[in-house]
Design a protein around this ligand. Structure first.
Ligand code: ADP
Ligand code: MG
Ligand code: MG
Length: 248
């Protein structure tokens, strides 16, 4: 049930080494958390997994279900079941949440999504996630609150049904509602056929999603892996102790 292996991954952005030999193993059914100080390379890892062209693999390998995906473009990786939640910052008046999600599903699945069938699928997912039906008819990002943007990411994940979902919860403040939306989305998404990697520093979120592993990423490497107690230790003592103990 091995899903992803990252072996000694080194990634450059514009000739600067950001990931410096990162290792990570993810099995199906698991929830993994990555924490770490700002600038350590967490988002770089997410973009590198997704195949963002700016992030150049210099060494090492990303293996998904036994096959190297190093050379695959982002759209191929999406078709192979990798999903990165992505906030579309612009408002797109004239495009509803439903239309946006239908287009995304068509592109990732390679199958045209018929309007009525997709409506039904979307409705089921929204009921599961306890989202109000009228949300689907809203114009994308137009006047969206933080929580409503989160809903869009979680709905995307739930509709696209990736094997590996990556959620990068950036430093922008998540309020209690948004944390609940993310936690709920994670818990309803995870099953024996998929896995999820959440980048976060919100301990509140960890209480709700019960991760299998917590990894600390500092200066381009995962320097320590543990359980939820690791997150609690960081919350109490910060990163300095761990950093001093493990970097050389
Ligand atoms: P984190 O998500 O852990 O805060 P990032 O992956 O965003 O860390 O950044 C890691 C390092 O890479 C930082 O030093 C940052 O300045 C640099 N970096 C990130 N994105 C870019 C970019 N597009 N161009 C140049 N440097 C970047
Ligand atoms: Mg950052
Ligand atoms: Mg980041």
């Amino acid at each position: 049930n091995k899903l992803l292996s990252i072996n000694n991954l080194k990634v450059n952005i514009e000739d600067k080494e950001i990931l410096k030999g990162l290792n990570l193993e993810i099995n199906k059914g698991e929830i993994h958390i990555i924490m770490g100080p700002n600038g350590g390379g967490k988002s770089t890892l997410a973009y590198s997994l997704m195949g963002h062209p700016q992030y150049k693999i210099i060494d090492g390998e990303i293996v998904l279900e036994g096959k190297s995906i190093n050379e695959l473009t982002a759209d191929k990786r999406a078709k192979n079941g990798i999903f990165l939640s992505f906030q579309y910052p612009e408002e797109i008046p004239g495009v509803t949440v439903e239309e946006f999600l239908r287009t995304a599903k068509t592109s990732v699945s390679g199958e045209v999504q018929k309007i009525m069938a997709f409506k039904k699928l979307l409705k089921e997912k929204m009921i599961q996630l306890e989202m109000k039906e009228e949300y689907a008819a809203r114009y994308l990002n137009l006047g969206f609150s933080g929580g409503e943007k989160k809903k869009n990411e979680i709905l995307q994940m739930s509709i696209l049904e990736p094997k590996l979902a990556i959620l990068d919860e950036t430093d922008s403040g998540l309020d209690v509602d948004a944390i609940r939306i993310v936690a709920d989305g994670v818990n309803k998404f995870i099953d024996e056929s998929r896995a999820i990697l959440v980048i976060t520093h919100y301990n509140k979120l960890l209480e709700y999603i019960k991760p299998d592993y917590v990894h600390i990423l500092i200066d381009g490497k995962i320097i320590k892996t543990g359980g939820i107690e690791l997150a609690e230790e960081i919350d109490k003592n910060g990163y300095e102790n761990i950093k001093a103990k493990f970097s050389n």
